[in-house]
Design a protein around this ligand. Sequence first.
Ligand code: SAM
Ligand code: DTB
Ligand code: SF4
Length: 350
Amino acid sequence: MHSFVTEKESQAGTTLEEIRHNWSRQEVEALFALPFNDLLFEAQTMHRRYFDPNQVQVSTLLSIKTGACPEDCAYCPQSTRYDTGLEVEKLMEIEHVLEQARAAVASGATRFCMGAAWRSPKQRDMPQVVAMVKGVRELGLESCMTLGMLTQGQAKELSEAGLDYYNHNLDTSPEFYGDVITTRTYQDRLETLDHVRTSGMKVCSGGIVGMGEQQADRAGLLQQLANLAQHPESVPINMLVRVKGTPLENEEDLDPFEFIRTIAAARIMMPASHVRLSAGREEMNEQMHALAYLAGANSIFYGEKLLTTPNPRANADMALFARLGIEPERRHVEKAPEIPSPHFYDAAAR
Ligand code: SAM
Ligand code: DTB
Ligand code: SF4
């Protein structure tokens, strides 16, 4: 096991194990309080121990069931409680999902994430969802789904179908959570994560910043994630996308450096996990993207749309990768697809 020794710790004769599950709130807050350059240096140092610093994983996202969700998540354009003008769509046909998945392969994505605006999947929808997982895997893509809360039985079904990752976010600190969502508890979320983990799937779990929370809440979110029995393999950090009609539509801008600090702290606390620069990139300029990669973000959602809101165009991401000397990460699993396609490299020509 590696150990990470800061100058202060080495002076004090102590060492800090890197993969930890016992972070105190105070320790996490102390990370956030570091001078910005010290925090970024520490994060980048840690990043290099576990990852190639010039590779970023790219995932494509598809909404397989849109809108009319009964939950009241204050940030979400898909809740039926808010009038966001969103067009509701029922569960997508398998062939349509696979068409999009083939396009994702052609664009160079290695993971295909499917999201549904459900509180939890209905049992009658499971066969269709299972067929989607099988079809996506046959294309050689890693598969990920986010369908809301899962029972242990549903997690087992998805795992047996070959689903690689399940995304379920803790969203924020336990203290701030009730200000954002009232229709399901923090404990419900932890239980779903437990079902996902014990069924053998990889866990994708992160949160949202910029919802009016305090720095202590951002620290609290990361503390919860890092203190899980096993770190999520993937940690999406979303910047709130303010959608008209949601209760958070007029939320104030978060200091961009606070966002970068959150990425850096996540990198230090969960050094072997992919930290995903997730929603909110449409509002971030190239310099901000570069800082996020420097802070240890090594995954993005790639393609023009997230679930319902816009995302930077794929060729803009590839052009920035080329300027920064970043390459898309090749996938780790056995059955690698024939990617990248030639036009993918053209876009990123150096
Ligand atoms: N309905 C399922 C659930 O909530 O578990 C899955 C889909 S839900 C849209 C997935 C995640 O997207 C949420 O947990 C939240 O973190 C993120 N999200 C939703 N709306 C967002 C917004 N406006 N800005 C940033 N992130 C958002
Ligand atoms: C996650 O953490 N972010 C993604 C994914 N998991 C499913 C979703 C972002 C949604 C942003 C708002 C929208 O496009 O509807
Ligand atoms: Fe529904 Fe998920 Fe949106 Fe919450 S985040 S309202 S559960 S779609």
